[in-house]
Design a protein around this ligand. Sequence first.
Ligand code: ADP
Length: 463
Amino acid sequence: MGVESVNKINKVLVANRGEIAIRIMRACHELGIKTVGIYSKEDIGTLHRQKANESYLVGEDKSPTQAYLDIEEILALAKDKDVDAIHPGYGFLSENETFAQRCAEEGIIFIGPELQHLGMFGNKTRARETAISAGLKVIPGSEGVIDSVDEVYAFGQEHGYPLIVKAVSGGGGKGMRIVHDESQAQDAYDRTKSEAMNSFGNDHLYLEKYIDHPKHIEVQILGDQFGNIVHLHERDCSVQRRHQKVVEVAPAYHLSQTMRDRLSAAALQLMNHVGYVNAGTVEFLVSGDDFYFIEVNPRVQVEHTITEAITGIDIVKTQILIADGESLFGEAIHMPAQDAIEVQGFAIQSRITTEDPMNDFAPDTGKISGYQSPGGPGIRLDAGDAFRGSVISPYYDSLLVKITASGTTIDETISKMSRALDEIRVVGVTTNISFLKNIILHPMFYTGDYDTTFIQDFPELFD
Ligand code: ADP
């Protein structure tokens, strides 16, 4: 497709806040696209509000999170301001089928996958069924949702313990519980059910066998509207706390090339099977020589930066251009052929959060009275409201700054990350910086030979 073709996107509304809103606005800026920001009344002093070409208060009479979730108010604003497309970022409305549907009805481009993909991947049992029909191996699990705790007992008898009870709509590590033996089944079932209802408004549960000491490896995919799909290699997201990612690394250098190729091939197989469009990630658990599909995230992810660092491909700009009708291999995107998408060096991302590692990672709030950002060669920052005078409220995700370090060897990359974590200063609000430093300097981290229990296995990381 030529550049003179069909481009419709001249103005984008960014339906998000914090670092990802700023990331998207930067991509738009580079593409010559105007941006509209939205902010809640609690977010009046935030940076994303200032980075947009124009920004508007939403949800004046709503709760802080509801402001970013009010589909009709956001759409009315978009129409009023002549917006062509909406980028939802991650979280909030990014995986909301109703929102994508309403965008389509209003003639506004939703920068994300097609409606059907949100449906098939938003629900984890449907995602499993889709993966099975594409020929991927999934973790042995219940057939669809379970109706009572008796199915947990039956599954345990058939497949053995431990098993894991999961919410079909779960996300962010919430809505899952490990059951080590029969005596824990009732409690796990009840608690997961109520947590799922409270957090996701859907209390349907399913079961999976608990995989012992797996690595979490995910493959980044980009697909256009013409059926072209590429992978941008994998990320190792095994450094997790309570099933949530803390530090991510690309590539997954501890795995054999054969395993890495198998994972990319499986991810492509699934996404080709469903005709996936836009950016998406296929997640796997790897255990020895086996790997199992766990889920697809049909959106840009927090850790997309490390893939950008090792491939030189701008995922967010590509998302926008795909939504604007460009071909992956046309002049505007100019994606190399699959074989030419090479891994260059290594990248690590650390998620700096306003949480207190000494107090069970309780979120801290208040005013940042002093801030110094790290910099120098090989360091990329994706910061949210990290500046002197910024007020960290209790209402939103506690992610403050993402540091991405890149280098030609893993040693060099770790040294750069270590230096950046030494340089950064956040005064007035507690952060997890010391915890991150302990992780990246741990001998096990360097080997890459860790799995999802790394953090719980080494209590000294909390010192
Ligand atoms: P979420 O959508 O909340 O991120 P996922 O299904 O992607 O949930 O799982 C998050 C993490 O939980 C995984 O990376 C892994 O560490 C752990 N996990 C999930 N399912 C299993 C399983 N069956 N066995 C072992 N660990 C699991």
